[in-house]
Design a protein around this ligand. Structure first.
Ligand code: ATP
Length: 234
């Protein structure tokens, strides 16, 4: 579904990502774990079209998308839930959701909005409220709802657990499992490696811009290298 081949990307200096290869198959949840600065955000932003790759290929359902404008990639079926949520604070919850439907060419925006409200009743209750006044967890739900407004088949998430209480993180991870059950393939970048590997079927470990390890999530979670570097002693 999503094939990333020898992808190099960065910010004009030496590439941050160095020949990254990664696959996301239909129905999968795949996680990329790695420490601060490993290049996880750079990877997602490049796939989503916010950064232009220096080299390599990205295929979505066999179609090359590397270097396409971000809105074209959204239209092709891939949405990003960015790091830090990036809700537009002064706009209402509903306006933020509608931003996610911008550029949609079918007429299913209203229907999708209702579906998002059904999934997130809290967003419906607060639809007229400024997004900036919501709690961190609600803003994360809003960021996910906004991504869903485009009707994606592939969802990329950049550290959705960041700064949230454990209970809220569990809710968000349960939601990702749910969305996946409805046929959305999920590529999840996380520093919370333990939870991410518990949810995902496969994982990749990114270090200094390179994939250093990959495999079934359970095997990664049990591997000494991952245990030492990302899962602590517990
Ligand atoms: P984090 O968890 O801190 O977000 P990450 O794994 O997502 O880490 P990236 O944000 O992709 O890592 O950063 C990878 C490298 O790219 C870092 O060395 C960082 O300093 C550099 N970098 C990130 N953003 C920029 C930018 N806008 N301009 C220049 N360099 C950047």
């Amino acid at each position: 579904m999503l094939e990333i081949r020898s992808l190099s990307s960065g910010y004009g200096g030496p590439p941050v990502l160095d020949e990254v290869c990664l696959d996301l198959r239909p129905g999968e949840i795949v996680t990329v774990v790695g420490s601060n600065g490993a290049g996880k955000t750079t990877l997602l932003n490049t796939v989503a079209g916010l950064l232009r790759p220096v080299a390599g290929r990205i295929l979505l359902d066999g179609r090359p998308i590397a270097g396409l404008a971000a809105e074209k990639i959204v239209r092709a079926g891939l949405s990003l839930v960015p790091e830090g949520r990036q809700v537009i604070a002064p706009l209402s919850v509903e306006e933020n959701l509608l931003v996610g439907a911008y550029g949609r060419r079918d007429r299913r925006g209203a229907e999708t909005l209702e579906a998002v409200y059904t999934r997130f009743p809290r967003l419906k209750e607060r639809r007229r409220q400024a997004a900036g006044l919501m709690s961190g967890g609600e803003q994360q739900m809003l960021a996910i709802g906004r991504a869903l407004m485009a009707g994606p088949r592939v969802l990329l998430l950049d550290e959705p657990s960041m700064g949230l209480a454990p209970l809220i993180v569990s809710e968000i991870f349960a939601l990702l499992g749910d969305l996946n059950g409805q046929g959305i393939a999920v590529l999840l970048v996380e520093q919370n490696a333990r939870k991410a590997l518990a949810l995902a079927s496969r994982g990749y470990v990114l270090e200094s811009g390179r994939i250093v390890l990959e495999g079934p999530a359970a095997a990664l979670a049990a591997s000494p290298a991952v245990l030492d570097a990302y899962l602590g002693a517990g």
